[in-house]
Design a binder for this molecule. Structure first.
Ligand code: G6P
Ligand code: MG
Length: 232
C-alpha cells in the first residue's frame, strides 16, 4: 500500500471499515463528458480557448473554481461571473434532464447492492450542486444513506470538509470510512480527512490513493476489505 504523501499519518489499516463515501461525477456516473461539452460551449461563446484535455484538470473542482481555471487569470466583474456560471448550469441541466439509470458507470448497481448486503453505510459527497437531481435521475437514491455536497460545508475539495461532514452524517468517524474518487483534488481531500481512499481511473490523477482501480466493474466489498483491512 502506498502512503507516499502521508507517511506520517497514524496507520488506520486495522480499523474495520463501516462506511463508503462516493464522489459522484466520474465515479458513479460519467457526467465528465456533459461537463466538458457545456464548458466548451460556454468557452466558444466567450472566445476563450478550451479543450477536452483542459477539462480533465477540472475534475472534482466546484463550478466556480472550474470557471476561474478556464478564465486563466482574466478578471471579470462578479455579475459577469455569475451570468457565466448560470449559463453553464442551464446547458448542463438540459443534459441532466435526459439522464436515466443507463448513465450509471459499469459495476455501480452491483457494488451498491453488495454494500447493502454487507451492512455498510453509504454516502455521496460531491462538488456538484446538482448532486440530488443526478442521484434521483440515476435511480439510486434508495441505495444511498446520505447525500451531500460542498455547498453544505465551508470549503470545497481539496479541503477535507465535505468528506468529514458526510462521515458525521453517517454517524461514523474518518477511520471508519473509505472514499472512492476519480479526481486529484478529491483524493487530496480524502487524505486530508485522514480517510482511506480508492482512486478510480488515471493514476496521473489519483496515484496518491491507497489503491488505484480502473473503475467499479467487478469490484466487490470483500476485495476492498482484503486490500484495506487485511486480517480483520
Ligand atoms: C464535479 C465535477 C466537476 C464539476 C463539479 C461542479 O465535481 O467533477 O467537473 O465542475 O462537480 O458541478 P455542478 O453540477 O455544481 O456544476
Ligand atoms: Mg469526480
Amino acid at each position: 500500500m502506498t502512503r507516499s504523501r502521508f507517511d506520517s499519518l497514524a496507520p488506520v489499516d486495522c480499523h474495520p471499515l463501516r462506511g463508503v463515501i462516493f464522489d459522484m461525477d466520474g465515479v458513479l456516473t460519467d457526467t465528465i463528458e456533459f461537463h466538458y461539452q457545456t464548458w466548451q460551449r460556454l468557452a466558444d461563446e466567450e472566445g476563450i480557448p478550451f479543450s477536452r484535455q483542459a477539462n480533465e484538470a477540472l475534475r472534482g473542482l466546484s463550478r466556480r473554481d472550474s470557471l476561474l481555471r478556464i478564465l486563466q487569470g482574466r478578471v471579470l466583474p462578479e455579475a459577469t461571473i455569475q451570468e457565466l456560471l448560470e449559463r453553464k448550469n442551464r446547458y448542463f441541466r438540459s443534459f441532466i434532464e435526459t439522464m436515466t439509470a443507463d448513465y450509471l458507470l459499469p459495476g455501480v448497481q452491483v457494488f451498491l447492492k453488495d454494500l447493502r448486503e454487507a451492512g455498510i453505510k453509504t454516502a455521496v459527497a460531491s462538488a456538484s450542486q446538482n448532486v440530488y437531481i443526478v442521484i434521483e435521475k440515476l435511480g439510486i437514491a434508495s441505495d444511498i444513506d446520505v447525500i451531500t455536497n460542498v455547498y453544505d460545508v465551508d470549503r470545497p475539495k481539496p479541503a477535507p470538509d465535505v468528506f468529514l461532514y458526510a462521515a458525521q452524517q453517517l454517524g461514523l468517524g474518518p477511520e471508519d470510512c473509505v472514499v472512492f474518487e476519480d479526481a486529484e483534488s478529491g483524493v487530496e481531500a480524502a487524505r486530508a480527512a485522514q480517510m482511506r481512499v480508492i482512486g478510480l481511473g488515471d493514476a496521473a490523477q489519483v496515484g496518491a490513493a491507497d489503491w488505484v482501480l480502473p473503475g467499479l466493474e467487478g469490484v466487490r466489498w470483500h476485495h476492498i476489505q482484503a486490500k484495506l483491512n487485511p486480517g480483520v
